[in-house]
Ligand binder design. Structure first.
Ligand code: KG4
Length: 333
């Protein structure tokens, strides 16, 4: 079964052709350079760029896969959550294609797609526990089956990616800050740069807004005093603290719930220390860890196609009245 999949939830326009878990093509047109001018994603610009790019990206995906529209059996599309104007571009394009080709339309939840990135070229099968960390979300989910999810913890405020991005911006690092912060981070120094330990009501919940504010205030205080901050060391200190919290809570959840298989997903899954820390701790605890390939960590349509395949098998298809939604829980259905 050949699926043509579309992703446009934020600042990447991506179209892929997939067959079950296999990726035949995955074209990603990123808007990062333009949003960098503003220090973050400008939603209005994102929507307009998706509209301009989507047709060309789709043609390139078909050509790279060596197939034509006539070979496509279904169209999968990210419909939620994300920037509403950006999502609507992909959803409407997908609706047009599904109507024109006379094939099924498959709505895909963005976080389910990130989790499905772990299925590409791997033998991972549910049930397992998954930590999903991106710019807008940080959740621990039981993946009971390919389309059955039970979130057991999430962030009470900011996502880990948001914390990285905003502190990186205060440090003068270029957008997307989390990526740059990871690249330049040096060994942590908690004494030089003391950061708070967030407290949460739920055992597997997160809170990153206090940590973000503390780090930004620290940067501003240094600047007001005319003192120079060691950008690499503060970056490393924040990264170490955030990765420590994510790793500790996820492994505690795995132990408590008896999971011996763990996966990492979302844009922040590209973080080098998080990958290393989770690998080390999983090894110590006898837990098998799955990490998405770096090229599938950020937003891409290949993961949408793979998630879409399982949604299709479970009967989750849509009609032409499908709408996009800015927010949607992972266990919506
Ligand atoms: O999943 P994603 O591509 O988009 C959504 O938020 O849905 O995640 C983007 C987030 C941004 O906050 C970005 O800074 C962060 O992932 N990110 C990283 C790294 N690569 C991407 N954060 C830390 N270290 C990285 N290497």
């Amino acid at each position: 079964m050949l699926i043509l999949s579309i992703e446009s939830s934020c600042d990447e326009t991506s179209v892929a052709v997939t067959s079950e878990r296999k990726v035949l093509s995955n074209i990603v047109a990123t808007q990062i350079a333009e949003h960098r001018l503003y220090g973050g994603v400008v939603p209005e610009i994102a929507s307009r760029r998706h509209t301009e790019a989507i047709s060309g990206v789709c043609k390139a995906a078909l050509s790279e896969a060596g197939v034509t529209f006539g070979d496509i059996d279904a169209v999968a599309v990210t419909f939620a959550p994300g920037l509403i104007g950006a999502l609507l571009v992909g959803v409407n394009y997908a609706k047009g294609l599904s109507a024109a080709l006379g094939v099924e339309l498959i709505p895909v939840h963005h976080l389910r797609a990130h989790i499905a990135a772990n299925y590409i070229d791997s033998d991972l099968k549910p049930p397992f526990l998954c930590l999903t960390v991106s710019g807008g979300n940080t959740i621990i989910t039981e993946v009971k089956d390919y389309t059955s999810f039970n979130p057991i913890g999430g962030t009470a405020d900011d996502a880990a990616g948001e914390c990285f991005d905003k502190v990186a911006r205060a440090l003068g690092l270029s957008y997307p800050g989390g990526v740059t912060l990871d690249k330049i981070a040096a060994a942590p120094d908690d004494k030089a740069y003391p950061l708070p330990v967030p407290k949460t009501a739920g055992e597997y919940d997160f809170s990153f807004s206090g940590l973000k504010t503390a780090a930004v205030n620290l940067i501003h205080n240094y600047s007001q005093r005319g003192e120079e901050i060691d950008v690499a060391v503060l970056a490393g200190t924040l990264r170490h603290r955030v990765c420590g919290i994510l790793t500790e809570k996820t492994l505690a959840a795995a132990r408590a719930l008896g999971y011996k298989t763990l996966a990492l997903a979302g844009g922040v899954s590209a973080n080098s220390e998080l990958r290393q820390m989770l690998s080390d701790e999983c090894k110590k605890s006898g837990v098998k860890l799955y990490l998405p390939e770096l090229k599938y960590c950020g937003d891409n349509a290949a993961m949408v196609g793979v998630a879409g395949y399982y949604e299709y098998l479970s009967g989750n298809t849509a009609t032409l009245d499908l709408n996009a939604a800015a927010t949607m829980p992972i266990d919506y259905r």
